[in-house]
Design a protein around this ligand. Structure first.
Ligand SMILES: Nc1nc2c(ncn2[C@@H]2O[C@H](COP(=O)(O)OP(=O)(O)O)[C@@H](O)[C@H]2O)c(=O)[nH]1
Ligand SMILES: [Mg+2]
Length: 247
């Protein structure tokens, strides 16, 4: 997190983590495709930077920068969405990309054959956070189960049971069709914002509310209204329980 009070601008780093080929890059591509930058001098669509190997796999990271403004506010939020490369040889890169992360989306591959790879990646995430001085228990984390369209995937019931045990909100997705992608992103942004506000009072410092930030994000992504429904699409997790308690 970087808070520039003079420019009234907050910069956040959000990282999509997970085993190779789970769909992290596809999430960013789907978000990029939906981008409808707000009118005005910022109207240029931000580039999605992809550093790929010859076989189309992420070499170092993918990066999607977003700039959000709350309606009627001159404060701005800059988001940098990163992915990590999945291949074993890129272990050090994954740790570097995680440095200074404000929130993480863990993209799990729903295929039964990838269960072990998901689990290994999650363990590695915890270790990498630790070596960056971050604690998985305190970092805003959202889980996505991607590739729901494929055969031989873990069942809805099984995933719901996982979600009920964990504290993280969990979203089902088919990233290639854009399904669940916005939900995951908005939930991650919301959770990250709430956490940083609790720890650093960013709302008061910037004069920007969580609602305004989420509305700003929704506008950029061409979503009109229905923010609460997007977030509520998640299953399980502490966040969902909080939402129900409030309703
Ligand atoms: N069937 C299916 N394929 C997907 C889905 N999401 C990603 N893929 C495919 O899985 C492969 C790896 O995706 P990619 O985003 O590069 O994975 P990454 O290594 O996590 O960045 C690509 O061929 C994608 O088209 C999905 O929801 N369903
Ligand atoms: Mg990738």
């Amino acid at each position: 997190m970087l808070l520039d009070l003079k420019r009234r601008e907050l910069s956040l780093k959000l990282v999509y983590y997970g085993a190779g080929l789970g769909g992290k890059t596809t999430n960013l591509v789907a978000l990029h495709e939906r981008l409808r930058p707000a009118a005005g001098d910022e109207a240029r669509k931000p580039p999605l930077t992809m550093l790929k190997t010859a076989d189309d796999r992420t070499l170092f990271f993918d990066l999607l920068p977003l700039r959000l403004r709350g309606p009627g506010s001159d404060a701005a939020v800059r988001l940098k969405l990163y992915t990590v490369p999945g291949q074993p040889i890129h272990a050090i890169t994954r740790r570097l990309v995680l440095r200074g992360a404000d929130g993480v989306a863990f993209v799990a591959d729903s295929q039964i054959s990838r269960t072990r790879a998901n689990a290994d990646s999650f363990v590695e995430l915890r270790e990498n956070l630790k070596s960056n001085g971050l604690d998985l228990g305190r970092l805003p984390l959202v889980i996505q189960f991607n590739k729901r369209d494929l055969p031989e995937v873990r069942s809805d019931d099984e995933i719901a049971a996982l979600a009920a045990r964990g504290r993280e909100p969990l979203y089902m997705a088919v990233a290639t069709e854009g399904r669940g992608v916005i939900e995951t992103f908005v939930a991650l942004l919301k959770l990250t914002w709430l956490t940083l506000d609790r720890e650093h009072g960013i709302e008061a410092a910037l004069g920007l509310t969580e609602r305004e930030v989420l509305l700003g994000a929704a506008a950029e992504l061409g979503v009109d209204g229905g923010l609460d429904e997007l977030v509520a699409a998640g299953v399980g997790g502490l966040h969902a329980r909080l939402q129900r308690a409030r309703a």
